[in-house]
Write a protein that binds this ligand. Structure first.
Ligand SMILES: [Zn+2]
Length: 342
């Protein structure tokens, strides 16, 4: 389908400001999502690029990432209908001798992604429109870095929203309340899950809802630079404080995806040297060959957000502490003996 994507990228370009082809399968333009920018009309931080057989979109200003189809849909819905039809026809020809259902499924899976997030409000947008909104006050109180707010969404009726994606709650819905939505994307920018985090005492504190069951529950894969050291933390919110980090969201740190990063990953488990389960896991990861962080004794807080909030340690300092307290192999084994308080 690459030739169709290529054709529609060119057509879409006539609707985009500062659109320019940089080289084969790479275009640059002013991102229509963030305005890019309101003060400087020459800014162009949106890109269309190739991944295998499709084209994807990424804005280096606001972080907007999706496939080409979703950007076309956003900019010109009539052009989008033509695009879907043409892809469908091409698929139908290709699969002619077999079943005709397959190309329909392929077209459908390619237009799915941002539909999940469409009914939500981006929190950075809310911050501009209504700085006094409780959801914005919450981000400020938690000291979540301002440049990461665009990754977070707000669902005023979180159960209704969830049911629109996957029928999780029995109708009629009871105990409806707002939650913060943290979407998970694949490397290619496809939303496959989200975490819904309570603002108050609602239980459970967070739900993680998978839209695509085949994906591992790893947060932040779409923003990782694989050429650099990757920090693997427990929670998505913690990962927002640490550059180039991903979160396992309460699952094991040793999944196939993370095992593939063994040489460049630093595992940063919650700081609980007295928790039998965590200590046992950490020792196992050392044996597998991972680099692991063992926080020094003077750090009493359990996780990164807590260190920022109650330890008064800046995210830069935390990164420094992690780097100087990360060990691997025999050295890690020796440090583990002293660190383990169980
Ligand atoms: Zn943008």
């Amino acid at each position: 389908m690459l030739y169709i994507d290529n054709k529609y990228a060119q057509i879409l370009g006539t609707r985009l400001r500062n659109f320019k082809q940089k080289k084969e399968y790479l275009w640059n333009f002013s991102c229509p999502v963030c305005g890019d920018s309101t003060s400087n009309k020459l800014k162009a931080r949106g890109y269309i690029y190739r991944t295998q057989q499709d084209l994807f979109v990424k804005c280096h200003n606001c972080g907007y990432g999706t496939n080409l189809g979703n950007l076309i849909k956003r900019v010109d819905s009539i052009l989008y209908d033509e695009y879907v039809l043409e892809r469908y026809k091409a698929g139908a020809t290709r699969y002619n001798d077999h079943k005709e259902v397959e190309p329909i499924l392929e077209a459908a899976s390619n237009i799915l992604e941002d539909d999940i997030l469409r009914s939500l409000t981006r929190l950075d947008k809310l911050a501009i429109l209504k700085p006094e909104h409780p959801a914005i006050k919450y981000l400020t109180k938690r000291k979540i870095p301002r440049d990461k707010w665009y990754l977070l969404y707000f669902a005023p009726k979180f159960k209704e929203f969830t049911n629109s994606v996957s029928p999780k709650f029995v109708e009629p819905i009871v105990d409806e309340h707002p939650r913060m939505i943290i979407p998970y994307f694949t490397n290619a920018g496809k939303c496959f899950a989200f975490q819904a985090r309570a603002y108050g005492d609602e239980q459970p504190k967070y739900y993680t809802i998978k839209v695509d069951e085949t994906q591992e529950k790893i947060y932040g894969l779409d923003r990782v630079d694989y050429s650099k050291r990757i920090y693997v933390v427990e929670g998505p919110i913690d990962s927002l404080f640490l550059s180039n980090s991903i979160a396992v969201s309460g699952s094991s740190f040793d999944t196939p995806t993370i095992r593939a990063l063994l040489a460049t990953a630093t595992l940063v488990m919650d700081n609980e040297p007295r928790n039998k389960e965590i200590v046992k896991q950490l020792e196992k990861y050392i044996d597998v060959g991972y680099s692991v962080c063992m926080f020094p004794e003077h750090i009493s807080q359990k996780d990164i957000n807590d260190m920022v909030l109650h330890g008064d340690i800046s995210p830069d300092e935390i990164k420094e502490i992690i780097n100087t307290n990360t060990f691997t192999g025999i050295e890690a084994k020796l440090k583990f003996g002293a660190w383990n308080k169980t």
